[in-house]
Design a protein around this ligand. Sequence first.
Ligand SMILES: Nc1ncnc2c1ncn2[C@@H]1O[C@H](COP(=O)(O)OP(=O)(O)OP(=O)(O)O)[C@@H](O)[C@H]1O
Ligand SMILES: [Mg+2]
Length: 361
Amino acid sequence: MAEIVLHELVKTYPGGTSRATDAVSLHVPDGEFMVLLGPSGCGKTTLLRMVAGLELPDSGQIVIGGRDVTYLEPRRRNLSMVFQSYAVFPNKNVADNIGFGLRVHGVPADQVRRKVEWAADLLQLRPYLDRYPAKLSGGQRQRVAVARAIVMDADVLLMDEPLSNLDALLRLSFRAELKKLVGELGTTTLYVTHDQVEALSLGDRVAVMREGRIAQVGAPTAVYDEPADEFVGGFLGSPPMNFLTGTVGGDGDEPRIDFGGQSLPLPGYLRSYRGKTLKLGIRPEAIAVESGDGDGLRCELRVFEPLGSSTLLTTELCGQVLKVSAPPSFRADPGARLRLRPLPGQCRWYDPETQLLLEER
Ligand SMILES: Nc1ncnc2c1ncn2[C@@H]1O[C@H](COP(=O)(O)OP(=O)(O)OP(=O)(O)O)[C@@H](O)[C@H]1O
Ligand SMILES: [Mg+2]
């Protein structure tokens, strides 16, 4: 096992107009499962391929287990890879596919067999060891690719969207299997996905990427609960975080934010924003909703969508749209007047210019 340290990795492809990765630095401690998450084209695969040695950076450094591997050949980096397109050998059966890398490394046949059986048990492939890939399902083929990667006892496991070719149900069950497996192996893992649910469910930590840079690194709950900027808040969550623009007023030590006739108290550390605008960031499920008169921000219901486990409300508050996730038992008709109250401790505040989270210092 080994830690991974990436230092200011810059990569520009020939003819590329912008940097595929733009001075990316990241520290993955020994044994951590780190997920790289971000929209298509943000540089996830490029970063992974540089760690693997399949691409060379223009500048920067890659250190694995204390060894500078930046310009080392892939096979000398002691890592295993699983890619999106499950690269299994069609002319080898499952057992030979799983054991291929070991045999290439000259591992004795009886040891190969033991390791293949160990991996096959972990990934529930025992019944298929004699089968050829053409007669396997997509999920089974993908498990073969994972099995082949884990038998190598590599320091580092690299996975690029390994579940994306699976259907939704298979993805769900394989995701849980993979989490258990990697937890047991304790191998340092870099895992690429653009699926936020996968990222939050699998990662010890998640690095959210945007346009070749890392926007935020943190535990899944941290990046979800306290997005460092509007991009992260808007990328994570379904529906994503709401952002409402308001003007800061109020008097003395009690600043308030006004959304156009309706206001909320602001924490005191934001009093210096008086006279300026701020954005409230709040998750749809962090808002309590009620019908009828009383306290709270008054809004009008525009769309009512029952989703089974919850009900999604699209509301309008002083001309701004706010999505609210209500309990499945909640009933109201479009046009109804509702009252909203942010749950305690759930408001986040963003500077409209920098789009950065404003934290108390
Ligand atoms: N071989 C290449 N030649 C030129 N440009 C490339 C090459 N590979 C990637 N790029 C560009 O580099 C940027 C980052 O691509 P990359 O494949 O790393 O993104 P990604 O985050 O993995 O996206 P996806 O989620 O779609 O797989 C993109 O703008 C892409 O167009
Ligand atoms: Mg990719």
